[in-house]
Design a protein around this ligand. Structure first.
Ligand SMILES: Cc1cc2nc3c(=O)[nH]c(=O)nc-3n(C[C@H](O)[C@H](O)[C@H](O)COP(=O)(O)OP(=O)(O)OC[C@H]3O[C@@H](n4cnc5c(N)ncnc54)[C@H](O)[C@@H]3O)c2cc1C
Length: 469
């Protein structure tokens, strides 16, 4: 069977490797010049997006499936250091090391510590209730949704906004809210069930992968080439041609690209599902898109070690009011990732932002903000605006549709385009965004093309040890 995979991000690479392992003849096309998708923009030695490695079990399982040694993962301790506008800091530790909870709670007032424990327990309950139905299984059909509803529906607090669930005082509330941005949500519009993401980081931990995530994309690409997958970079898909089968169903019969036409027996889109709809000539009328980002890649003088920092603005809610109005935040939360002589500064930004003329000015504004709170000796930098991220996603929305409301947080299934020989995988569809879930999507979304079983890639449990809360 000949299969074309569109997109060489983490989902497309996982899809190509699984298909090849099952004996398919695989070609991967991507409009960029190298593998890695959202990680592959900007300076060649930098990852332009993902820096926080979570769900280590998925990385370990994928390495095992490829016959590789276990990945070189080191725990980030603390997960992140949070800096409030007034100067107070908070450096939580994840629960895979004994004593982590005590060291975390010792940084909080008595009341904050009570709230922290309570909300950590809630996030664990939400994750454990949802993970086997919504992450580590095939996209749930009605029976699975009904089973989940009966067993966990009430606990998932349907109808309750996240912002009500996580009320825990001025210092900790933004801390809990922020996890919803990991799926592209405006935290003030997210449903309470997204609180499960906090458990992924605080229960399962944040990890440093030696060489970073872009290097992993490079290794997956090299492995695929070694196994006989063909890559065509710099090739932009423009249109997918369809034809009708005798029974009335339709299939993809070919693709028009910037370099000519392609044919195949089966097709995998590992690009944003809105883009696939466009190639099929369908009108794209997206539900509200999730957030985009404005980032700076910083080449630094001197080794800064490895760390994650969050610098809060004085008023977190105001940042989201700017974004709702389509504005770059005037007082943004700064996320800073340091890795040796590389720095990555990221702020939330609205999707569809078209003001590229303002990009250099906003970049300079962010640099001034950064230097005021975390002085760094910067040798060189480049900016990535939502317009650059729009090369890989509609409107530059990093995770596709905004997961607002309970139904909005359900991701579309792999057969959403309704064509017999096309599957849709990647971070904008089931089970969701982020590198581990995108790999799960690519690895399993293609299984139906070759009648392969679902492979939970490590399953819901993160690490053998989790300290009791
Ligand atoms: C700034 C930022 C920070 C992030 N932080 C984290 C993090 O810390 N941890 C984490 O786990 N995740 C993070 N993410 C999310 C993570 O990067 C994504 O969810 C994941 O990489 C998505 O992978 P994917 O393969 O589904 O899609 P993509 O990486 O978007 O790959 C899709 C590919 O399709 C290609 N394509 C699109 N259109 C066409 C076309 N017409 N023709 C041919 N090819 C096309 C694109 O070029 C791209 O290479 C972050 C993302 C960003 C941008």
């Amino acid at each position: 069977m000949k299969v074309v995979v569109i997109g060489a991000g983490f989902a497309g690479l996982a899809a190509a490797l699984r298909l090849r392992q099952a004996g398919a003849e695989v070609t991967v096309v991507d409009s960029l010049e190298r593998a890695g998708g959202k990680a592959a923009l900007g300076f060649p030695e930098f990852s332009s997006g993902p820096t926080v490695v979570t769900m280590p079990q998925v990385f370990r399982a994928l390495h095992a499936r490829l016959g590789w040694p276990a990945p070189d993962l080191a725990a980030a301790v603390p997960t992140t250091t949070y800096h409030a506008a007034g100067g107070r800091t908070f450096a939580p530790q994840a629960l895979h090391t004994p004593g982590a909870l005590e060291r975390t709670l010792a940084q909080l007032t008595w009341q904050e510590a009570q709230d922290y424990r309570r909300l950590l327990r809630t996030s664990r309950r939400l994750y454990e209730g949802a993970a086997s139905t919504f992450l580590f299984s095939k996209p749930p059909g009605l029976p699975a949704l009904a089973r989940y509803g009966l067993r966990h529906g009430w606990a998932a607090a349907p109808g309750l906004p996240l912002s009500r669930l996580v009320q825990s005082g001025p210092f900790l509330t933004p801390f809990w809210l922020r996890f919803a941005t990991y799926l592209g949500a405006n935290p003030y519009r997210a449903p309470a069930v997204l609180h499960n993401i906090a458990w992924v980081e605080l229960g399962g931990g944040v990890w440093h992968l030696r060489g970073g995530l872009l290097a992993l994309a490079g290794r997956l690409h090299a492995e695929a080439v070694k196994r006989g997958v063909t890559f065509e970079f710099g090739t932009q898909v423009e249109h997918l041609h369809t034809g009708r089968l005798p029974g009335g169903k339709s299939r993809v019969v070919g693709a028009q690209t910037s370099r000519g036409t392609l044919s195949a027996d089966a097709w995998v889109s590992a690009a944003d599902h809105h883009l696939t709809a466009r190639w099929l000539g369908r009108s794209v009328n997206p539900r509200p898109l999730g957030v985009s980002g404005f980032a700076l890649q910083l080449r630094l003088h001197g080794d800064q070690g490895q760390a994650h920092h969050i610098y809060w603005p004085g008023d977190y809610a105001h940042e989201w009011q700017d974004i709702e109005q389509g504005l770059l935040p005037s007082n943004p939360t700064l996320y800073l990732h340091l890795d040796g002589q590389q720095g990555f500064l990221l702020v939330n930004a609205p999707p569809h932002w078209a003001g590229s003329a303002d990009a250099p000015e906003y970049a300079r504004f962010l640099l001034r903000r950064l230097q005021a709170r975390h002085p760094l000796s910067i040798a060189d930098y480049t900016a990535l605006s939502p317009r650059q991220y729009a090369r890989t996603a509609l409107g530059g929305a990093l995770y596709g549709n905004a997961p607002h409301g309970l139904s909005g947080s359900l991701r579309p299934a792999w057969n959403l385009h309704g064509l017999t020989n096309l599957v849709q995988v990647g971070g904008t569809v089931y089970p969701g965004g982020g590198v581990p879930l995108s790999m799960l999507s690519g690895w399993n979304g293609v299984a139906s093309l070759l009648h392969l079983p679902f492979d939970p890639l490590g399953g819901p449990a993160f690490t053998p040890f989790t300290e009791p809360v």
